[in-house]
Design a binder for this molecule. Structure first.
Ligand code: CA
Length: 225
């Protein structure tokens, strides 16, 4: 549910398939607080439209004719770092994930994401959050080897990481790995959003990570949950 005080998030879609664009636009506009204000069928046009409209969030396809979505993301981020970019991809090839991770995008989603979940990612990313689909997070983990110090003492760290978290925090962490927002976590656990946020903050502190993506990555990598 979106409060009337929350600003509408203006979204632009860069996607070469017209039907996919239309489907995304119509399903996203069902949600409060999201308005699809721009579209482009290729990256070159996407750059021009982004410059003109300055949307809050861009949904960027990876496979585009001509310039690909990764290059387009890098270019838009160079000139308009405040525009948030969500990569929306239908597959998770290793080299693409690696390139996407380096492009400065704020989120990486697979195209089979449920519309309500995508709407949540859009709202959270517009507020400054980052999001990595768990499938893509797993590919990323495979690509980045663990540092030696973690490998040597992984057993102890694993015990420590899990031991520090309360049962409730472990529950929150499991939901966080599933990509749930604070609002959804609050709803699932029947607590206030304020309480859910406090649990997330405590988890970030205890796991020594900066954001929920890193927390989810650490949770999966170290089998904390
Ligand atoms: Ca495409």
């Amino acid at each position: 549910m979106t409060s009337v005080l929350e600003k509408t998030v203006n979204v632009m879609i860069v996607e070469d398939y017209k039907l996919t664009r239309m489907g995304l636009k119509s399903s996203l506009e069902e949600f409060d607080g999201i308005s699809v204000t721009g579209e482009a069928e290729d990256a070159e046009k996407g750059l021009l439209v982004a410059e003109r409209l300055k949307p809050d969030v861009i949904l960027m396809d990876l496979g585009l004719p001509g310039m690909n979505g990764i290059e387009a993301t890098s270019r838009i981020k160079q000139t308009n770092p405040n525009i948030k970019i969500i990569i929306l991809t239908s597959h998770e090839r290793d080299e693409e994930v690696l390139a996407a991770l380096g492009s400065g995008a704020n989120a990486y989603c697979l195209k089979d994401i449920e519309p309500y979940a995508l709407a949540n990612v859009i709202r959270e990313v517009a507020k400054g959050a980052c999001w990595l689909d768990p499938v893509i997070a797993k590919v990323a983990l495979k690509l980045f080897p663990k540092p030696d110090n973690i490998r040597i003492s992984s057993h102890n760290q694993l015990q420590d990481g899990r031991g520090q978290l309360t049962e409730r925090e472990l529950e929150v962490l499991r939901l966080l790995v599933k990509g749930k927002s604070n609002t959804e976590i609050a709803k699932d656990l029947i607590v206030s959003v304020h309480t859910a946020k406090a649990h997330v903050c405590s988890i970030l502190q205890k796991l020594c990570v900066d954001d929920r993506v890193q927390a989810a990555v650490k949770a999966v990598r170290e089998n904390i949950i």
